[in-house]
Structures are given as structure tokens and as C-alpha cells.
Design a protein around this ligand. Sequence first.
Ligand SMILES: NC(=O)c1ccc[n+]([C@@H]2O[C@H](COP(=O)([O-])OP(=O)(O)OC[C@H]3O[C@@H](n4cnc5c(N)ncnc54)[C@H](O)[C@@H]3O)[C@@H](O)[C@H]2O)c1
Ligand SMILES: [Zn+2]
Ligand SMILES: [Zn+2]
Length: 359
Amino acid sequence: MKASIFHAVGEKLTVEDVELDGPRAGEIRLRVQASGLCHSDYHLIAGDNATTTPAVLGHEAAGIVEAVGDGVFGIAVGDRVATSFSAFCGECAQCQTGFNYRCDAKPTGMAREAGSRITWKRRPVYQLAGIGGFAEAVVAHQRSVVKIPEGVPAECAALMGCAVQTGVGAALYGGRVQAGSTVVVIGCGGVGLNVVQGARIAGAAVIIAIDVSAAKLAAARKFGATDTVLGGPDAVAEVLEISGGGVDTAFEVIGLPATLLQAFKMLRKGGTAVLVGMPRTGAEVALPMASLMFNEVRVVGSLMGSSPFQILLPKLARLYRDGKLMLDELVSDRISLGEINEGYARMIKGETRRNVVVF
Ligand SMILES: NC(=O)c1ccc[n+]([C@@H]2O[C@H](COP(=O)([O-])OP(=O)(O)OC[C@H]3O[C@@H](n4cnc5c(N)ncnc54)[C@H](O)[C@@H]3O)[C@@H](O)[C@H]2O)c1
Ligand SMILES: [Zn+2]
Ligand SMILES: [Zn+2]
């Protein structure tokens, strides 16, 4: 089968013929129909965070199950599924207490050895997140996928596996946005637009979208933003003005220390700053300690929507079918496996909402 291979920082991804093994016990093989380009993969391409190479990147995929291994339950050949970054072991303390999206075992490779199902020129190839969605087919653990109900197109289902889950979940669960509250979202890419619509679904009264791209601000209005501010040094003052002294919840959805500090400075007393953006390895931010104490503000992180994906995705599908969740509008470019480099170049320029590889 064909897969897009990441070789090294600074090199272009190339499409290669690779061998796919499995599914072994507990695994499924998925014929990929659509696979989204998330900025988290780009952090690896750019060298912000390290990964094993060669690798098949991509973790936001959807398709049809074409084989299941021994012991797979609840998923059958022909089912439509989406993948999630949040593979979980089911046995660690986090999994046992309802937080399987922050599973302790996953970082060490969880239920399957990294790279064991794809080989290229007889060498093992690492599958990002145990998925490797930039390929015609994927062999993944059954705890990496969830069935998608009828009525959700494959491109939309793919995006639900990361951008939508992460963004909407950050608003509903990570930041617990309240009806009638004030919210700011800094960075309105594929994930940030979903924080915006998550805040709208939660009933926020004021949703201020911030981005350096005017096109993103226009998109954010469609997704539910009530106000927009161009990103830059004046953004904090503008948000304090619009919100009448600070917002209840401020989301950082880029991964930069400077914009996390801005989110912190945009809070009213008692407010919460939520970090959704993925920081470069080792990044730190210095916070004014007096505000933390005197203003009783909080700073929290939100991982993969702060919610188990196998519970959240079916909810998202219902919201989509009820016309409350915008998914079709997220897709800006449909590209081929060979166009991923160009797709990421456009993402970095701030030109795309979400690029999706379609097969
Ligand atoms: N927390 C999680 O579990 C999780 C999950 C998925 C993605 N992420 C991370 O979320 C972040 C966003 O991902 P994405 O796919 O939406 O990326 P994206 O590239 O589509 O969006 C980033 C947006 O930020 C804007 N931007 C860049 N610099 C800015 C600045 N200084 N001020 C204001 N706006 C600015 C860009 O114009 C763009 O619209 C990434 O860091 C990604 O790795 C985190
Ligand atoms: Zn992602
Ligand atoms: Zn676990």
C-alpha cells in the first residue's frame, strides 16, 4: 500500500510503497477514506517536538474496517470508524478512574510495539499515535478507534478524531464554559474554530476570536464568534475593553508562551486560562504571581478534549446531525497523499481551516 513517510526534520515527506502487517489480536485494519492535517504532526515535521523516524504521521483518520484480529469486540468488518490520538490501556490508574485520554501506559507504546505493523525496505516504520493515518490503510489497536454513526461523511468523521474532539471538548470539559459567560479563543485554526463552536454550544454570551489571519477571523464569526480581534501586542487591551474588564475563560490554541501569557492577562478575577496549543519541548512561561493569588485565576491544560473519545465522538455525531455542530465547513482543501507538504505549507501561512487527504 501507499503511505506518506516522514524521514527527518527539514526533509519533505515522500509517498512510498510499504508493507502492512496484521491485524493481530486486539487490532483492526482500516481502509482509510479521509485523513486530516493537524498542526500536531507539523510540530514533528518542524522539529518542535521529537519523534522516531522513519514515521507515518497522521492521527485524524476515518474509514471502513476491512479486517479484525482475535478478541476484538464491538467492531466488525464493514463498520465505519474514526481514529483518535487517545489510545488507552484500560488498566492504569488514569484509565480506571475515568481519564483514559491521559492514560499512563500510552507514552511507552501501550498495547503494541511502535512501528511493528508497517515496514518499508524491510525496516520498521513508526506509526504516529499507534495510527499513522497518512496511508491508504491503517492497522491500529481497537482502543484507538470508535464507530461513527450513519450520516456523518468520512471527511467530517476524520476531523472529529482530533480537531473537533479537542476543541469542542476543551470548551465543554477542559474549560467548562458556562451559559452566558465570556470567552476568548486565541488561535482559530482547525482546533481553535472548534473551541469557538464548543463555546457557542455551551451557551457563552460573548466569544472573542483572535488570530493573525483575517480569513480565520471571518471563519470564526461563522463558527460562533461574537467579536474578533487581530492578534498582536494590543490584543489584551482590546479584549479587556470588549469584555468590560476580562473574560471568564481564555483559551490558547497555538502553543506559544507569549499567547498563553496574553490569555492569562485577559482573565477577570476568578477566570480560567486553558492551554490547548501544543508547546515546543521545554517551553516555559513566567506568570505574574500576584495575579494568581489576588485574582484567584487558574491556569489549566486540556488534552484531547478532556474527555474519553469513545463517549464524546458519538455525542458530537448527534450534535452534527441536529445541525448544532459545523463539520462540513471545517474542510477547506481536499488533497491527495502526495500533496501533504503543500497542505502544511498552506496551514502555516494561516490559509486553511483544515486540509483533508481524501482517498
Ligand atoms: N491539546 C491537545 O490535545 C491538542 C490536540 C490537537 C492539536 N493541538 C495543538 O493545538 C494547536 C493548534 O492546532 P491547529 O491544528 O488548529 O493549528 P493551525 O495551524 O490550524 O491553527 C493555528 C492558528 O493560530 C494562528 N496564529 C499563529 N500565531 C498566532 C499569534 N501569534 N496570534 C494569534 N494567532 C496566531 C494561525 O493563524 C492559525 O489560524 C497546535 O499546537 C496543535 O499541536 C493540541
Ligand atoms: Zn491532532
Ligand atoms: Zn491506561
